[in-house]
Design a protein around this ligand. Sequence first.
Ligand SMILES: [Zn+2]
Length: 338
Amino acid sequence: MTQYTLYPWQEAEWRQLMHDPARLPHALLLTGEPGIGKRRFAERLAAWYLCEHPDKSIAPCGECEGCRWQAAGNHPDFRILAPSDPVEEDAEETKTKRKQPIIGVEDIRDLTDFVNLSAHRQGARVTLVYPAEAMNTAAANAFLKTLEEPPTGAQFILVTHQARRLLPTIRSRCRVLALSTPDTASATTWLEQQGVNDAALHLAHAGGSPLAAQEDAEAEWLPLRNSVLDQIGAPQTLNVLSLAAEIEKAKVDPAKVIEWLQKWTHDLITLGMSGRIRYYPDRTTALNKLAPRASRMLTYVDRLQQAQRLAHHPLNARLVFESLLFDYLAALRGKLTG
Ligand SMILES: [Zn+2]
């Protein structure tokens, strides 16, 4: 098992992509749900391009100089284009700057220099963009120019969780490969092999994505999620102010907490409509009690989506959650207006 070993559900997709390596496109866009291993797939492909073994098969050999450079993380002909970590920014600056991690136009300028230089090792120059939707419009337009006139030997691998957020012109310059989410049975089996207890339950919490389920089983925020779900599952005793304060104190990414509220609301609505629970089968009793009141919660779904879009901006988490929780109670009473 190396850092480039595919997940079992990816083997067939890999073989299909590599059945004629001579015809690989210069730009490949990998799409699919978060938490299914798109990055691993992309990194293996990058490693394969950089492998210098004279008779390389469809897998990187793992032994040549190219492979060793790449495994050590310092191959001179490889670049990852990813959002710079906002945590490292100057504290004074983050107050005014958008906190959402983005790839900006200055990142693309650095990349263009790299792409247009000749390769250090006379092979491919590989760029991995992760996630591609992090490019802002200026960056995407600059990147498009490089995609339109790719220098010889330049290979681009783009990974996206949200292909619809990419410029259509970028999508159309790439060959799109949609990586699939494994079926429940194989995902559960894999999780059990990784030593995850209650694999099926964590898989449900993660909406079917096995890597997200693995994170779900080990996350530090589990106590907070349990507490949030306990409390919103009992709205008659829900103390909005104290729960919002508890959420703020836990310092968990607000986007994560909003996601729990979204999944909870989704379950309430689908349970009311079709009797199905997708995310929280371990909370059937509480969901069943509330589902009859969920028929008028669509406005609340919009409210959560809005909050999710703003979640990476500097914000006062306590106020955001106070407002979302009051809205939740109003929605359950059928009193939330748009
Ligand atoms: Zn190699």
